[in-house]
Design a protein around this ligand. Structure first.
Ligand SMILES: Nc1ncnc2c1ncn2[C@@H]1O[C@H](COP(=O)(O)OP(=O)(O)OP(=O)(O)O)[C@@H](O)[C@H]1O
Ligand SMILES: [Mg+2]
Length: 496
């Protein structure tokens, strides 16, 4: 490479004004935050313009299989070319072998090149090929050709292109490393956000054993899974278990909470965006669905997404295709989708509050997490599991305490059980857990309640509001009513 440079350094002085200008323009592209694809598209544009070619393309080369794949291609009219056969593969092979830019005139007359059908069909006269070299290997090739017998492809063009390809290689190197780091970073952040590691799913009741079997079976497939169940029943750990038991387990498990997040933010998180898609989109950004490629994607609280996003998700589920915001290019992804909700999605879809077609796409394999009160026999097992985990030693649970735990109706399910055990572990003197240590905030009032249904409703609402520090959104969620319902109730109460 150095020799080639030294030999040709004088020629650089002969670069045309146009070429210098193109280089200058391109250095500005290099300096802006970019992604591989935009960089490559810009690079092809520069090549086509400067050497006055009619078509140009960038192919990536895979050394291990000796295969080429088109990353981007352009005709002078800017339409896309998708078939590599339309180009001369002879020149690609030669560039790979010689690892330097090559230029041919009179391609039809050259027996080595004219044998290719593509050359014949397209009546190619001149062709130029420039390798992009990374780590001393040909990473890709820019090819441009022309059917006119113009002598506009010159030796100077080659010098220019060699210079240019080094710039592209440097920029690509930076971008690829950055993209890898970004992806890794996103996966790590997402892992941290979904806090708990996968615990064993504790439970010996028939319903849990049945569930475990289902999870094992569905994990072997790529079917979309819809997990339903009340809050705290273990929907998220079921989703993680499916991923862990699947062939995708080495690939990312990414999750997105879809409840109470502004639509535009959720959309850009899921689908990513192209630079300039909206104010503040200063660079291209990969979405989580793309980052999860090869792995599993968990859409948590799916019932809350807007109808616009529902339409986009339908497209993902139907075709495994996504389009970044502000982009036109369709990308294929390979992601297994698991969705969860504590709402009755079927009922919502019947009432027109959720797309019915999306519901059926999600509900390919439904899994219902049972509430804890429907598998009370698991409570002692779960309780001692959490005691051991939280106290980091075994503390026996007195039968009085066990009875209290088993008798409760657990509106917050396992999450609530964990909280109750946490408190018990703190207040017991670490010898034994007695009934007194089990504090079930609303059990007395609610279970032994003697009043009317209306009064019960008010009591429950007040308790719940207290529990959530007056936060109406969370209260509404836990009671499975709308925030508006709560507002109306409170208004009614004030009037009384
Ligand atoms: N079978 C189980 N064995 C042990 N721990 C469990 C089990 N099921 C749930 N948990 C634990 O209970 C807590 C709540 O579980 P998870 O977050 O999966 O529930 P969820 O259904 O997603 O709740 P929400 O609807 O509130 O998001 C977690 O800490 C989880 O580890
Ligand atoms: Mg959850």
């Amino acid at each position: 490479m150095n020799n080639f440079y030294a030999e040709n350094i004088n020629h650089i002085k002969n670069l045309s004004k146009e070429e210098f200008e193109a280089l200058f323009e391109f250095t500005q592209v290099l300096n802006s935050p970019n992604q591989q694809e935009s960089l490559i598209e810009n690079a092809i544009d520069v090549v086509i313009n400067v050497i006055n070619a009619e078509r140009g393309l960038f192919v990536k080369y895979d050394e291990s299989t000796n295969n080429f794949s088109i990353i981007s291609a352009r005709k002078i009219s800017n339409e896309s070319i998708t078939d590599l056969n339309q180009f001369s593969s002879g020149i690609l092979q030669k560039v790979i072998r010689e690892k330097r830019p090559l230029l041919y005139h009179d391609v039809m007359g050259d027996p080595n090149l004219s044998q290719f059908e593509s050359v014949q069909i397209h009546r190619i006269k001149s062709v130029i090929g420039v390798p992009i070299i990374r780590d001393r290997k040909v990473w890709g090739v820019i090819v441009a050709d022309s059917t006119l017998d113009r002598r506009e492809f010159t030796e100077e063009n080659l010098i220019f292109l060699n210079f240019f390809s080094n710039l592209v290689a440097l920029a690509l190197d930076r971008i690829i490393k950055l993209e890898e780091l970004e992806k890794e970073n996103r996966i790590l952040i997402n892992k941290l956000q979904s806090t708990e590691e996968i615990p064993e799913m504790i439970g010996n009741s028939p319903v849990m054993r049945n569930l475990a079997q289902l999870i094992h079976k569905v994990a072997l497939t790529d079917a979309t899974v819809l997990i339903t169940g009340e809050s705290g029943t273990g929907k998220e750990i079921a989703a993680k278990a499916i991923h862990q038991l699947s062939r995708r387990k080495e690939k990312p498990f990414l999750a997105q909470f879809c409840g109470s997040i502004p639509d535009s933010l959720l959309e850009s998180e899921l689908f990513g965006y192209k630079k300039g898609a909206f104010t503040g989109a200063n660079s291209d950004k990969q979405g989580l669905l793309e980052a999860a490629d090869g792995g599993t994607f968990f859409l948590d609280e799916i019932a809350d997404i807007s109808s616009a996003l529902q339409a986009k998700l339908l497209r993902v589920l139907e075709n495994m295709e996504i389009i970044r915001l502000g982009d036109t290019k369709v990308k294929r992804i390979d992601v297994r989708i698991i969705a969860a909700t504590n709402k009755d999605l079927h009922a919502l879809s019947k009432d027109g509050n959720f797309r019915e077609d999306l519901f059926y796409r999600l509900n390919v394999f439904p899994i219902k997490m049972p509430p804890l009160r429907e598998r009370r026999e698991d409570i002692p097992l779960l309780a001692s599991h959490f005691v051991k985990k939280l106290a980091q030693k075994e503390i026996p649970i007195d039968s009085s305490a066990a009875k209290k735990l088993e008798g409760y109706y657990w509106p917050g399910n396992i999450r609530q059980l964990i909280n109750v055990i946490q408190r018990a572990v703190i207040i017991c003197d670490s010898n034994k857990i007695y009934a007194d240590h089990i504090i079930l905030e609303d059990s007395k009032d609610l279970i032994d309640f003697k009043g009317t249904l209306g009064e019960f409703e008010v009591l429950l609402l007040k308790k719940r509001l207290e529990e959530f520090n007056g936060n109406r959104t969370l209260t509404a969620k836990s009671l499975d009513v709308s925030v508006r319902w709560i507002q109306l109730k409170l208004k009614e109460l004030n009037e009384q």
